[in-house]
Write a protein that binds this ligand. Structure first.
Ligand SMILES: Cc1cc2nc3c(=O)[nH]c(=O)nc-3n(C[C@H](O)[C@H](O)[C@H](O)COP(=O)(O)O)c2cc1C
Length: 211
């Protein structure tokens, strides 16, 4: 049995204690430093090719939360939370995109290596089409989401991941142009006003196989 350091133990405790909060205390607001730390965890989450297509839109304004609620199945997390983080991704993922070139440009590669990288990116992207490419980019938003929920828990903040919304309606409320952004998931953050429910998890033996 591995003995855990206190930091490792705190991490595992957060993993077990985190739960999808269904109702928050609307009077408790997350302080900006804590919120920034949670966002920093999103910033440092891995992204395919390091391209960072995900953008995090933070909704602190109660009026915007209220406006979103009916488009999110009237879920109480939406208007009782302290903050909503809306995970969107840029849609300009194609190899010709100025954004992609600018991001790869940060690596400071010589001309030949840059051309090689672009060739590989083009080869990789050729498996997607206009419909599927934005979803490939979006999958990466969920890596940040997972990390950020664990980070929130470690920082004493409750969270709920939310996919129960009408995408086009939420995009409209937030004035997001579908040509530019694809909406994936929402995370509500705040102080829980409910109690943790029992955790239902399949045993590891059923989830994991070794070959
Ligand atoms: C991608 C995703 C979308 C979800 N959408 C919602 C949602 O719209 N509303 C909600 O109350 N919970 C939502 N959940 C929470 C799940 O129901 C919850 O994580 C699951 O039942 C396991 O419970 P636990 O997170 O409390 O361990 C979502 C979870 C994920 C991962």
């Amino acid at each position: 049995m591995t003995t855990l350091t206190s930091a490792q133990d705190a991490f595992m405790h957060a993993i077990h204690e985190r739960y999808a909060v269904k109702s928050f205390d609307p009077t408790q607001k997350i302080d900006s430093d804590t919120l920034t730390k949670i966002l920093e965890v999103g910033q440092y989450s891995p992204t395919s090719f390091g391209l960072e297509f995900t953008r995090f839109i933070v909704i602190r304004d109660q009026a915007v939360k209220d406006a979103l609620k009916p488009h999110c199945g009237n879920q109480p997390q939406i208007d009782t939370c302290s903050d909503l983080v809306i995970f969107v991704s840029r849609t300009d993922v194609e190899p010709e995109s100025e954004y992609v070139h600018q991001q790869f440009g940060r690596w400071g590669l010589d001309e030949t290596s840059f051309a090689g990288l672009m060739d590989f990116y083009s080869f990789y992207m050729s498996q997607f089409n206009e419909q599927t490419a934005p979803y490939w980019a979006g999958k990466q938003a969920y890596i940040a989401l997972g990390n950020m929920m664990t980070a929130a828990q470690m920082l004493g903040v409750g969270s709920c991941p939310i996919e129960g919304f009408m995408k086009s309606e939420v995009m409209e409320v937030l004035d997001l142009n579908p040509q530019e952004y694809n909406l994936h998931v929402i995370m509500a953050l705040g102080t829980p006003n409910d109690t943790k429910r029992p955790k239902y998890r399949l045993p590891l033996e059923e989830l994991v196989s070794y070959r």
